[in-house]
Design a protein around this ligand. Structure first.
Ligand SMILES: Nc1ncnc2c1ncn2[C@@H]1O[C@H](COP(=O)(O)OP(=O)(O)OP(=O)(O)O)[C@@H](O)[C@H]1O
Length: 259
């Protein structure tokens, strides 16, 4: 049996602060299989970003273990790609050079990776934009560049922290479908953090629903919808049922009010 791309076992996280300890996570136990897309859905402050920090080795659990591909994480992990809510592109570098930062930092064969960077940019519809500067791009285009930068070194695991949160609703829907197409092609393991119930379900094979702080797992919901998913998938009876189930979980945990 191959090891999970990411495995958290009985993870707890307590931050020590000037005003006392803050329990951010409690009893978190889940795995992301190789090639699986898992959404993490939860209210503000439930510990979603903390989970990402643990998965990338920027923070360590107070209790329990975090493993990537069977290896316990005890230092910042390099074998991952991360996409944040803001695109964090370097304004003084052209699009291609922004994507090439990763191979440059990692000391990889720049010639080979330049072709890969161009291929990835073409894949997300940015062929012809290689020499533009970030200020010449729309928000959606900038986030596409960020996704290329996260994928260029071919990491097995992609961590995404509300990557479309700063985009307008229409661009966001477009980006969700593009990410889905990309995932179907590349089949990376993905941990996708979001506040958005529909987005979480549309993209994922399973949705991990969190409780308010201290973040615990309310339920891991199987999304048994066929692939490829499309905008119309959101109108299907099964999709609507899963949304209702997740809303019900949030009502039960006091995140959403019942009307
Ligand atoms: N470095 C830190 N030091 C102290 N407390 C922290 C730290 N990081 C997070 N916390 C606390 O831990 C809890 C979880 O925070 P976290 O940022 O992981 O939540 P989140 O679900 O990502 O929130 P949001 O959706 O609003 O970004 C919060 O109460 C937060 O104040």
């Amino acid at each position: 049996m191959t090891a999970a791309a990411l495995a958290l076992t009985e993870v707890g996280k307590i931050y020590r602060t000037a005003s006392g300890p803050v329990q951010a996570l409690d009893g978190i136990d889940f795995r992301i299989a190789e090639g699986e897309f898992l959404s993490i859905l939860g209210p503000s402050g439930c510990g979603k970003s903390t989970l990402l920090s643990l998965a990338s080795g920027l923070e360590f659990p107070t209790s329990g273990t975090v493993e990537q591909a069977g290896r316990r994480i005890d230092r910042p992990v390099t074998d991952i790609g991360i996409v944040f809510q803001t695109d964090v592109l370097l304004d003084w570098r052209r699009v291609l050079d922004n994507v090439m930062i990763q191979p440059q930092i990692r000391g990889l064969d720049l010639k080979a990776y330049e072709q890969k960077a161009r291929d990835l940019l073409a894949l997300v519809g940015l062929a012809g934009f290689e020499d533009k500067y970030p200020y010449e791009l729309s928000g959606g285009m900038r986030q596409r560049v960020s996704i290329c930068r996260a994928l260029i070194h071919n990491p097995p695991l992609l961590l995404m922290d509300e990557p479309f949160g700063a985009l307008d609703a229409l661009t966001r829907e477009q980006m969700v479908m593009e990410l889905h197409q990309l995932w179907l092609r590349e089949r990376k393991s993905v941990m996708f953090v979001t506040h958005d119930i529909q987005e979480a379900i549309l993209l994922a094979q399973r949705v991990l629903v969190m409780t308010p702080r201290p973040g615990r797992i309310a339920e891991i919901v199987e999304v048994d919808l066929p692939f490829p998913r499309r905008p119309e998938t959101m109108e299907s009876r099964r999709f609507v049922e899963i949304v209702a189930h997740v809303r019900h979980l949030f009502e039960r945990h006091g995140v959403l009010k019942k009307y």
